[in-house]
Design a protein around this ligand. Structure first.
Ligand SMILES: [Zn+2]
Ligand SMILES: [Zn+2]
Length: 148
């Protein structure tokens, strides 16, 4: 049981860390042409940037398939990545970008910090001057009440 929880957490944390890196150096780098569709007004429901979600999702599914026989570390890392993806969708796509209009602006202090940090990321639609590339781990200043 501890083994499972440990690897779920590893999968989750690895996604926030690698997500931050990929977002900052690759999506706002060589693959900006794909990611910029997420920084521009969206016409339809899907955007080219969703390819990244598909990629991360495939990695999770692959790990789950590889590890499902023995329920080994690969399975649980895959579960951790899936859990991250699910929470990412709820917070990033539903709460912040309102692709599915279920939630209003959050009142919870932790969620509001994430919300404001990601809005700050979207304050620009350019490749080079964006801030705040992670989702769950954000600079402390976004938790302060006066920060808009
Ligand atoms: Zn971005
Ligand atoms: Zn966004």
């Amino acid at each position: 049981m501890m083994y499972a929880i440990l690897f779920v957490i590893i999968g989750f944390v690895a996604m926030e860390l690698s997500g931050w890196f990929i977002h900052k150096y690759i999506m706002h780098g060589p693959l900006w042409s794909i990611h910029k569709t997420h920084h521009q007004p969206n016409k339809g429901f899907f955007e080219l940037n969703d390819l990244f979600s598909l990629l991360f999702g495939s990695v999770a599914v692959l790990l789950i398939i590889l590890g499902i026989g023995e329920l080994d570390y690969r399975f649980w890392i895959g579960v951790g990545i899936s859990l991250y993806g699910l929470l990412y969708f709820v917070i990033h796509d539903m709460l912040v970008h309102r692709r599915v209009k279920v939630f209003e602006r959050p009142k919870n202090k932790f969620l509001l910090g994430i919300f404001k940090a990601h809005q700050a990321h979207h304050a620009t639609n350019k490749k080079d001057d964006a801030v705040s590339f992670g989702l769950f781990v954000v600079p402390k200043k976004f938790y302060k009440p006066k920060e808009k």
